[in-house]
Design a protein around this ligand. Structure first.
Ligand SMILES: [Zn+2]
Length: 159
């Protein structure tokens, strides 16, 4: 079971598009690409609305991870649905990925370029060369955080 964020609705090929989505994504997608929005009826999608209870859980998770201010109402609904279904959340949004980590649910990227699937990545401190034991290297460039030893920013490199 997986919940797709709007980037997946926008970028994935139609035959690959199967999963759960929230109704409010339809309008969001229509604003981004009306052509794409019209194609959605041919996709294997389950449209739903998260419960008020799940929305409250999602807000709590996002507040805990510090991401609440950066998430749109649609993002929160997507997160709430993933929590409700205990589904894998498909997203490239690092805030949503962060929330998944805090909530203990799985996430997977929307855009896999093939390279990141074949290669394993690690974070290496640009100052002292220490290697982070962070396993989930999927954040955006420049947002990998700083070395716990010397405070210099991490760089990403192939294992
Ligand atoms: Zn360091």
């Amino acid at each position: 079971m997986r919940v797709l964020d709007t980037a997946a609705l926008l970028h994935w090929p139609l035959p690959q598009l199967s999963g759960c989505v929230v109704f409010s994504q339809r309008e969001e997608l229509a604003n981004l690409s009306s052509d794409r929005e019209m194609l959605l009826d041919g996709a294997d999608l389950q449209w739903s609305t998260p419960s008020a209870n799940s929305l409250e859980r999602a807000s709590k998770v996002a507040a805990k991870s510090g991401d609440l201010g950066g998430l749109s109402p649609v993002d929160l609904e997507i997160l709430a649905l993933a929590l409700e279904l205990e589904a894998t959340l498909v997203t490239d949004d690092y805030r949503l990925q962060n929330c998944c980590l805090v909530a203990g649910i799985k996430h997977q990227p929307v855009l896999t370029d093939g390279i990141s699937e074949r290669w394993q990545w690690q974070l290496v401190c640009s100052g002292c060369g220490a290697i982070s034991n962070e396993q989930n290297v999927s954040k955006k460039r420049g947002e990998y955080g700083n070395c716990g030893d010397c405070g210099s920013p991490y760089n990403i490199r192939k294992k």
